[in-house]
Design a protein around this ligand. Structure first.
Ligand SMILES: C[S@@+](CC[C@H](N)C(=O)[O-])C[C@H]1O[C@@H](n2cnc3c(N)ncnc32)[C@H](O)[C@@H]1O
Length: 289
């Protein structure tokens, strides 16, 4: 029965076209060349152009979302700043969108570059090509001077995250809640040390960006993916999770929304749409609205 059905199944038009092309070309070499260069390449190009993730896009999406939806002032936090490649792009985004008076961008880094680690979860266990000690060492003062010439809404915190995420700093973040936490410190242990201090001040809906969840093919035993997995298995509480945001993440697994189901909402919306009067009136019966 199954065989009978497949015998009558219509061949898709794309396959018919491929068969015609194949028929018209005289050799397997030409068929392969035409397929790889005129069919496979443009298909991959279109696929990646439309759906691939670019890590600067969501800075603008997140700033626009929070500035238009919620009242008050906010913070953007970057863990792992190095030369400031991303940091200055974030600052420019606040300026471009005209929200620099409402968003302060905080950068946290030892500015000493990558440190020694003996933790297996920090290691590249596929290629063994690990970060070198001192890699990404840059001058905090150099970056500060560059930023100070152009922007006023930033702070750079030099030191290990354990130290710079002090009680004082966390109190400041409670006043100006984070909307975007950018984790780009490469080690599982570093990402964990930042997240475990931040968790009490993260509001529900806060965007958490991980720069390298693909480390070791995204294994849940190493790197940022390990931390994401641990958090979602209750490391900091049964009701705390990171929910993948597919609209911002596109084809990646980099962007999450923080949820602590035991915590009340912190961001204050400009308006709430629900009321006893609000409901959707009946329209026509077609699928069109
Ligand atoms: C890949 S670099 C950051 C790149 C940067 N985000 C950019 O856009 O160019 C990683 C940085 O994380 C910093 N880092 C790693 N672990 C840290 C920790 N526990 N405390 C402070 N800084 C840390 C290193 O000093 C290094 O500069």
């Amino acid at each position: 029965m199954a065989e009978q059905r497949s015998a009558f199944t219509r061949v898709p038009a794309s396959v018919v076209i491929l068969k015609v092309i194949s028929f018209l070309l005289p050799t397997d070499f030409l068929r392969t060349f035409v397929y790889l260069n005129l069919i496979k390449k443009p298909r991959s190009f279109l696929r990646t152009t439309i759906n691939s993730f670019y890590r600067m896009d969501h800075i603008y999406d997140v700033l626009s979302e929070f500035s238009s939806t919620y009242k008050g002032n906010f913070t953007v936090l970057e863990f792992g700043v190095a030369s400031g490649y991303t940091f200055t792009k974030m600052l420019y985004a606040t300026k471009y969108l005209g929200v620099s008076d409402r968003f302060t961008v905080h950068g946290f880094d030892s500015f000493e570059g990558m440190h020694e680690t003996s933790e297996r979860a920090d290691k590249d266990i596929v290629t063994d090509d690990n970060w070198a000690v001192g890699q990404f060492k840059f001058s905090r003062e150099g970056l500060h001077d560059y930023c100070a010439e152009k922007y006023a809404n930033f702070k750079l915190h030099k030191g290990m995250f354990d130290d710079t995420l002090s009680e004082e700093m966390l109190a400041e973040l409670s006043e100006k809640p984070p909307v975007l936490v950018w984790i780009d410190c490469d080690y599982y242990t570093s990402a964990r040390s930042a997240m475990e201090r931040l968790i009490p001040v993260l509001p529900n809906g806060c965007v958490i960006y991980f720069d390298e969840p693909e480390f070791n093919y995204g294994s849940r035993f190493t790197g940022e993916m390990r931390l994401i997995h641990e958090i979602n298995r209750g490391l900091y509480g049964e009701q705390i999770e990171l929910v993948l945001d597919p609209e911002l993440s596109l084809n990646s697994s980099r962007i999450y929304r923080f949820i602590n189901a035991a915590r009340d909402a912190v961001y204050e919306p400009y308006r709430k749409i629900n009321s006893a009067e609000f409901s959707r009136p009946r329209g026509n019966d077609s699928p069109l609205p």
